[in-house]
Every structure is written in structure tokens, then in C-alpha cells.
Design a protein around this ligand. Structure first.
Ligand SMILES: *Cc1c(COP(=O)(O)O)cnc(C)c1O
Length: 346
């Protein structure tokens, strides 16, 4: 463990998250979805990272924001959809650090199904954190809009720092390499051996960091990403690219690098019709966790991931009594923007 922490120590990091996040066993949900003696589901509560209502992006932002400050930035620019959790957590981190925050908010990516989508949940919080929101049609050239935001800030004499979509770069992924040290410590402390790690995977940085950290520290633990975009091939390719860049950045050995690509697994078939569109299995998974555990998941990411995890349990993917660790990546503010998906009879 020390060698991974030593390697991580070479990169600037600012504390933004409430760490360690809890590791919890879901006894009632496990008993409900598998017979006695079946796998046991645990959650790593990264919905509880604290800042700005928390979520998985805060761990990435600990490294991304430190990198921005090291470069002398006084503003950050990023982009995402109206209900982006990444954008919300970035806006909160910028507010805390006194950096201006300029956001390209993409409309029209998700066909509007709920009257609350455009005003509540994450977008409401972005504005509350004082971020400057520029609305961009998803079908327009959104990268050009971001380039224009960066240019305009530079012309004003600012030093903007660009944060990629989802904070998914080799810098951001360092946060989840570090998370592996944390989760292995916690599992050891309670005498729990992790069988598989399961998570919702989108822009790929979270899975990339977990794969790299586990390749170094516990290569017997397999990570399963649940594709929430209905683009499993794209997600798999992105996890591979970001994971290799991250491992190289940490100066891991060629032998370790060789183990990275074979360790990448992204499972499709749980995203429903597409990104941000809610399917029946996801609503059911969210209801189950709420009613059996008092635990909330969101319809775009973590709830789809949980639905995928439940389906893997039911289809016999895991061994009897195996410990399956689901990384709860947050996203709960979006629940309110999707409440019509939970209407009676929906
Ligand atoms: C961004 C996000 C994810 C996916 O993480 P990536 O690193 O983009 O793959 C999962 N769950 C929630 C709630 C998110 O906001």
C-alpha cells in the first residue's frame, strides 16, 4: 500500500471530500435478491463525499483542483448536461476555493420527460454555487463553445483551467486509485474479503482509477463497470485509455501495465434506451434500496448501476457468500428532476 501512496504523493491534492466514506453491508437488500448463502452486497458510500451534496467527482476534483491551483488558475471551465453531477460538484469546489466557475450546460441531450428537469436538482445547485452557466444545444459544437469560454476568459486577463467532461482524465482518476487504498483498509479492518467491485461507469475515470489501484494492490479483485450510456464499447475503450495513462503517470512497471487492459470489464444491457432515460429495472432497483435500506440512488447513474448489479447477482455471476462491493457514486440531487418516473403507475 505504501508504494501506491508514495507514488500518489508526487501529485498535488487538496482535501475537499469527507474521507473515508463509509463501507456498509446491505443485509436486507442482499437477502431480498439472493437466497440465503448467496452473495453479500456492500456499498462504498461515495455518495457521502460531502462537498456540494457529494458524489464520485469530489475525489477527482481533489487532484484536478490542486492541478489548477498549481498552474496558477483563477477560473475553471467545464461542461455537462443540465442534470450533470460532475458540473454541480465542480461548481461547489470552485466556490469553496474562490475560483470563478464557467459552465457549458448542454440542453437537449435528454428528451425532456419531466417538467422539473430544467430547473431543479443539479442545475438549481450550480446556480446557487454562483457558477456562470452558458446554455448550449447538445447537437451544436459543444467543444467549440468551451473553447470560446476559455478564450473570452483569457482575453479578460484570467487564467482558466479546463476540466474535462466528468473530470475523467489521468489526473482525476488518481482520486480513485487513492480510493482503492481506502477501501482495502476498511475491508481489512472488518475482516471482509472483496470478491468483485461493481459501479456505474460513464466518462470512465472512476473505473479507470479503481482498475489501476486494484491492479497494483489486489489484482484478484475484478471490477465490473455497468454501462449507463448504452455505449459499452465506447466506455470500455475510454476506461482502457484513461487507466493506461493513469498507470503511466504513476510510473507503474510494464508488467503492471500489461495487466490493465485484460482487467477491464464493462457490461452493457442495463442503460435502457440511452443516457439519462429511465428504464423500469432502474426504478425498481431504486425503490428496493429505498424501501429495504433507507438508501437513495439516482435514475441516471447509480440506480442503473445498482439495477445491473442486482441482475448480475440473479444471473449467478457471483459465488455463494461472495462479498460484492458496489461503489455508490452519488447523483441523488437528480432524483428530484426525475420524480415523474416514480409517479404511481409509471
Ligand atoms: C459521473 C458519475 C458516474 C460515472 O463516473 P465516471 O467516472 O464518469 O465513469 C457514476 N455515477 C454518478 C452519480 C456520476 O455522477
Amino acid at each position: 500500500m505504501t508504494s501506491v501512496l508514495d507514488r500518489l504523493a508526487a501529485f498535488p491534492r487538496i482535501k475537499l471530500a469527507h474521507l473515508p466514506t463509509p463501507l456498509e453491508r446491505l443485509d436486507r437488500l442482499s437477502a431480498h435478491i439472493a437466497a440465503a448463502g448467496g452473495p453479500v452486497i456492500w456499498v462504498k458510500r461515495d455518495d457521502c463525499t460531502g462537498l456540494g451534496l457529494g458524489g464520485n467527482k469530489v475525489r477527482k476534483l481533489e487532484y484536478l483542483m490542486a492541478d489548477a491551483l498549481a498552474e496558477g488558475a483563477d477560473a475553471v471551465v467545464t461542461g455537462g448536461v443540465v442534470q450533470s453531477n460532475h458540473v454541480r460538484q465542480t461548481a461547489a469546489a470552485a466556490a469553496k476555493l474562490g475560483l470563478a466557475c464557467h459552465l457549458a450546460i448542454m440542453t437537449g441531450r435528454v428528451p425532456r420527460t419531466d417538467p422539473d428537469y430544467d430547473d431543479t436538482g443539479n442545475i438549481f445547485l450550480d446556480r446557487l454555487f454562483g457558477a456562470h452557466c452558458t446554455l448550449v444545444d447538445w447537437r451544436a459544437d459543444r467543444n467549440a463553445v468551451i473553447a470560446r469560454l476559455l478564450d473570452a476568459l483569457r482575453r479578460d486577463g484570467k487564467k482558466p483551467y479546463f476540466i474535462p467532461y466528468g473530470g475523467s482524465s489521468a489526473v482525476g482518476a488518481l482520486g480513485f486509485v487513492r480510493c482503492v487504498v481506502e477501501m482495502l483498509d476498511q475491508a481489512n479492518a472488518v475482516g471482509m474479503r472483496i470478491g468483485h467491485v461493481v459501479l456505474a461507469s460513464g466518462s470512465a475515470g472512476t473505473q479507470a482509477g479503481l482498475v489501476v489501484g486494484l491492479a497494483a494492490l489486489a489484482p484478484e479483485v475484478r471490477v465490473i463497470g455497468i454501462d449507463i450510456d448504452a455505449e459499452p464499447e465506447r466506455v470500455r475503450a475510454d476506461v482502457g485509455r484513461v487507466a493506461l495513462e493513469t498507470a503511466r503517470r504513476l510510473a507503474f512497471s510494464p508488467a503492471l501495465l500489461d495487466n490493465i487492459v485484460p482487467a477491464i470489464e464493462v457490461v452493457g444491457g442495463h442503460a435502457g434506451p440511452g443516457y439519462g432515460l429511465v428504464n423500469k429495472e432502474t426504478v425498481e432497483a431504486i425503490r428496493l434500496a429505498a424501501e429495504l435500506e433507507g438508501l437513495l440512488f439516482d435514475p441516471v447513474y447509480s440506480g442503473k448501476g445498482l439495477a445491473g448489479c442486482i441482475e448480475l447477482v440473479r444471473s449467478g455471476r457471483f459465488a455463494p457468500r461472495e462479498n460484492v462491493l458496489f461503489v455508490h457514486s452519488g447523483g441523488i440531487p437528480a432524483l428530484f428532476a426525475y420524480r415523474s418516473a416514480f409517479a404511481a403507475g409509471a
